[in-house]
Write a protein that binds this ligand. Structure first.
Ligand SMILES: *[C@@H]1O[C@H](CO)[C@@H](O)[C@H](O)[C@H]1NC(C)=O
Ligand SMILES: *[C@@H]1O[C@H](CO)[C@@H](O)[C@H](O)[C@H]1NC(C)=O
Ligand SMILES: *[C@@H]1O[C@H](CO)[C@@H](O)[C@H](O)[C@H]1NC(C)=O
Ligand SMILES: *[C@@H]1O[C@H](CO)[C@@H](O)[C@H](O)[C@H]1NC(C)=O
Ligand SMILES: *[C@@H]1O[C@H](CO)[C@@H](O)[C@H](O)[C@H]1NC(C)=O
Ligand SMILES: *[C@@H]1O[C@H](CO)[C@@H](O)[C@H](O)[C@H]1NC(C)=O
Ligand SMILES: *[C@@H]1O[C@H](CO)[C@@H](O)[C@H](O)[C@H]1NC(C)=O
Length: 822
């Protein structure tokens, strides 16, 4: 009787405990997890529990899956080789303080066998972290270095941010990705994605012991064989290679996009992103895209080019080993040199461009050699057959040399790497003619560059010389007002420095007039070029906006945001010092008939992506979360490589983590770019920035301004015009005639589509920036149909409105500030 009572009591206790458990992410020594209990990570990103794969039999596994995805996607399984056959499994910490999985008869099915149990008194706990990592650690020690055991060390088929794929070179401990046997069975399948650490380490795919695919070595920017697996809005891969370890992984770029790198059951290594609209995993990138990615398909010294038919040919200077086999499309025999190497009488190298580097597992790497040393070293050793830079950044550095047959070489249309093949001097002589010609061109080009530099140097000197004589009375008082300086963590420049750099704010240095005052070009004594935004006393940007901008921008760092170098505060003068953007602003290109031909479609597309990424950073990823409120063509600056940088944060507002919308009685912005709810009701949100972005996209595609757009057939503005064409199925008519030649029709249509989605009337209909970035950068994401845009025929209304009183215009085409009576 008493026994029964005790049993009931214990069961109740257990249920009670399990109730408590449901809300936590940790398991301590007295607790356990039963069949239908779970651990949920602190911000509910991941869940740990028992599950049966899709079509399940009774097989139960203990696993971790994404908690925020409706279709369960398991990223880790404890007992992948030993399923439980019923629902009696228990997960707990045993007396040895190992995490163990027991079956109904208390046999250990799986255990986190770790050897480290030295500090016997320190209590240990198990915690499911927000990264998806299940860790066993000392309760008092939260340092990742001191985890006793962690699930991230034992990947299955999925790599998520925070995980490493690679090897510890000191201990030999490897983390490989292994495919599932099938959807119902997580036990190891045929395929493994792993880092081969030999030679120049590379990412490869094996089927059993046979190499079947190869992303290639990391060239400083990306994997040599997968140019598409480049940094991408939702995927920032990285590679670490030092004495202790070699591994790859990728960063979380956005909290709203869920991605994983998967070793698929079909043998393809791919990056997938969860599409919450279609409820499926979208493949964004794959390592093995086409036939040329089948490992070694063209044999030794064979070159695979997917745009040729047949795909295989021999490298320059090589011929098929067996012409007969080759004619029958059996390329496995590969190619051989046309002319034997003649090491003693001198060999040379022929450069082949845009390559996937050959298999580097038997190559020799020296990262400290430069190109010439590499060439010399390779030339010295008669068995060195080829060399290349191991790092392509900054013109190339490092050296990788091959001493055995070159296999698995692929030609890319763009973005490949240069490979230098050893050739007999006589063979090089035969190839010579074309080579010579290009050398001549090179000489001519460099001569003209030198001449150009000389001429511009002279011109520059003349300008300086002329300026010297000009009046000096532009200087203001020297008294410095120290109020704000201290709270800004930003270099302050003294007034004299800036005055000198800008030639006393001479007219010749004036770059233009922004909404709040003139902008000057300057050059510091150390040669650095700067842009100085001088805030006019009368301007709408008072000290308040000024501080706002300074504090905001000082904290922001992103390659698509203009960088603030410092500020300069005088009693009556406030100035912001920015990095100088030689190509000025976007509007000076797209709206100018002559200059618009300078940016072809590819450049425009990159500009659109860049702006989207900058805005994404402001909205989601920067610590502050910022609404720009005045995004427009003239606020997008272009650097020397035509990379866009968003500028002018004078009116930006930060918003709290879960605050969606804010109301303001001070509407600032620019007509033509302002969302209806903002212009009319003063409501601003990230979605009003999205609206401005949409306008900008349509302007970039069409080369026309939204404001002031005219068409002989109707009275609509650019948005209305685009919408009309879209509905009529003739959206391509929107395209700027000066880029018609360089078009990628599908990309352009995608941009127009995204642009129209962004300018929809209702803020809720507009996508957020993570989704915009995803839509722009992935061909595979399918887009919803846009609804009617906001402000699409308001051309006349806006004109009337803008002339009413209470608005302040500093000059035309400009940002205005309006105090609305409310
Ligand atoms: C837990 O699972 C058992 C069967 O295994 C079931 O009878 C019970 O209702 C479940 N409890 C909860 C709270 O779902
Ligand atoms: C699940 O079962 C259905 C019907 O029994 C079958 O058609 C389907 O292929 C199975 N799916 C998997 C992943 O095994
Ligand atoms: C538990 O595992 C042991 C050893 O594998 C096995 O003999 C036993 O039958 C299992 N018990 C249950 C309930 O599955
Ligand atoms: C995976 O890891 C092991 C070391 O644990 C390593 O020896 C092996 O070569 C790797 N690759 C494959 C394809 O198994
Ligand atoms: C996800 O679940 C939804 C609804 O349950 C279903 O329509 C969809 O096909 C599922 N997707 C996948 C990839 O299984
Ligand atoms: C790499 O190259 C540098 C410069 O040529 C040389 O000093 C160094 O010894 C080389 N390292 C190895 C491991 O060969
Ligand atoms: C050429 O390099 C290979 C590989 O490093 C080496 O084994 C061989 O000894 C070298 N030969 C000469 C002549 O230096």
């Amino acid at each position: 009787m008493e026994g029964a009572f005790l049993f009931v009591f214990l069961s109740t206790l257990q249920i009670f405990l399990s109730k408590c458990l449901a809300s936590t992410d940790t398991l301590s020594q007295s607790q356990s997890i039963l069949n239908n209990q779970t651990l949920v990570s602190a911000s509910e990103s991941f869940k740990l529990g028992f599950f049966s794969p899709s079509n399940s039999s009774m097989n139960r596994y203990l696993g971790i899956w994404f908690n925020k995805i409706s279709n369960r996607t398991v990223v880790w399984v404890a007992n992948r080789n030993h399923p439980l056959t019923d629902s009696s499994g228990i997960l707990k910490l045993n007396e040895n303080r190992n995490l163990v999985l027991l079956n109904g008869t208390n046999s250990v099915i799986w255990s986190s066998s770790s050897s480290e149990h030295t500090k016997a008194d320190d209590p240990v706990i198990v915690q499911l972290l927000d990264s998806g990592n299940l860790v066993l650690r000392y309760e008092s020690n939260n340092d990742p270095e001191n985890y006793i055991w962690q699930s991230f060390d034992y990947p299955l088929d999925s790599l998520i941010p925070g995980m490493k794929l690679g090897r510890n070179l000191e201990t030999g401990f490897s983390r490989n990705l292994t495919s599932w046997k099938n959807d119902n069975d997580p036990s190891p399948g045929d395929f493994t994605g792993w880092i081969d650490p030999r030679g120049f380490p590379q990412l490869v795919v094996n089927q059993g012991s046979i190499r079947v695919g190869r992303a290639g070595p990391w060239n400083g920017v990306r994997f040599s064989g997968s140019p598409e697996l480049n940094s991408h809005p939702v995927f920032k891969p990285f590679f670490v290679f030092n004495k202790e370890e070699v591994y790859t992984g990728f960063e979380r770029t956005s909290n709203s996009i869920i991605s994983r790198f998967v070793m698929d059951q079909s043998g393809v290594l791919q990056l997938r992103t969860w599409n919450e609209h279609k409820l499926e995993w979208t493949v964004l990138q794959t390592v093995q895209k086409d036939r040329c990615d089948n490992y070694g398909v063209c044999g030794a010294y064979g070159l695979c080019n997917i745009n040729n038919s047949p795909v295989c040919s021999c490298l320059e200077g090589f011929k098929p080993k067996s012409q007969e086999d080759w004619d029958q499309m059996d390329w496995s025999g590969g190619c051989t040199l046309k002319t034997k190497l003649d090491c003693l009488n001198g060999d040379g190298f022929v450069k082949v461009t845009s390559m996937k580097l050959p298999d580097t597992s038997e190559s020799i790497l020296n990262v400290s050699m430069n190109h010439n040393e590499c060439r010399t070293e390779c030339l010295k050793n008669c068995s060195c057959v080829a060399y290349a830079n191991s790092d392509i950044r900054e013109g190339g550095s490092g050296c990788v040399m091959w001493f055995s047959d070159l296999v698995d070489i692929k030609k890319f249309p763009v973005n490949g790497q240069d490979l230098y093949l050893r050739m007999a001097a006589s063979e090089l002589g035969r190839m010579g003619d074309s080579g010579k010609k290009s050398r001549q061109t090179a000489v001519m080009i460099s001569a003209s560059i030198v001449l150009g530099i000389l001429i511009s140097g002279l011109a520059f000197w003349l300008i300086i010389w002329r300026q010297r004589g000009k009046d000096q009375n532009n200087l203001c008082e020297e008294n410095t007002d120290e109020i704000q300086k201290n709270e800004l963590e930003l270099p302050t420049f003294d007034f004299l420095t800036i005055a000198t750099a800008t030639n006393n704010f001479s007219c010749n240095n004036k770059l233009g007039e922004g909404g709040f005052g003139p902008v000057y070009k300057g050059k510091l004594v150390n040669g650095q070029e700067i842009a100085v935004k001088k805030l006019s006393k009368k301007s709408g940007q008072g000290i308040h906006e000024f501080q706002n901008e300074v504090i905001l921008i000082a904290k922001l760092q992103h390659r698509n945001l203009v960088r603030l170098l410092g500020c300069c505060i005088q009693r009556h003068e406030t100035m912001l010092i920015y990095e100088y953007m030689p190509n000025k602003s976007l509007d000076s290109f797209i709206f100018d008939q002559a200059r618009s031909t300078l940016i072809n479609w590819e450049k425009r597309f990159n500009i659109i992506i860049g702006i989207a990424q900058g805005l994404l950073y402001l909205h989601r990823d920067s610590r502050l979360r910022i609404i720009h409120r005045d995004l427009k063509a003239s606020n997008v600056l272009l650097d020397e490589a035509m990379k866009p940088k968003i500028s002018d944060f004078g009116m930006a507002r930060t918003f709290g983590g879960d605050q969606i919308e804010e109301n303001t009685d001070r509407v600032v912005g620019t007509y033509g770019y302002m969302a209806p709810e903002y212009a009319i009701d003063g409501l601003f949100s990230v979605k009003s920035d999205v609206f401005s972005f949409g306008v900008l996209v349509l302007e970039i595609v069409s080369g026309k301004k939204n404001r002031g757009f005219e068409h002989r057939d109707h009275d609509l503005n650019l948005l209305g015009h685009a919408w009309k064409l879209w509905k009529e199925g003739t959206a391509l008519k929107l395209i700027d005639t000066s880029i018609e030649d360089s078009l990628q029709t599908s990309e352009v249509l995608r941009c127009i589509h995204v642009g129209l989605l962004c300018v929809q009337q209702r803020p809720d209909d507009r996508p957020n920036m993570p989704y915009v970035v995803l839509m722009l950068s992935s061909e595979t994401v399918s887009l919803p149909q846009p609804n009617q845009p906001g402000f699409y025929n308001e051309r006349s209304l806006v004109e009337v409105d803008s002339s009413s009183s209470g608005k302040m215009f500093s000059s035309n085409e400009i940002t205005f500030t309006s105090i609305q009576g409310r």
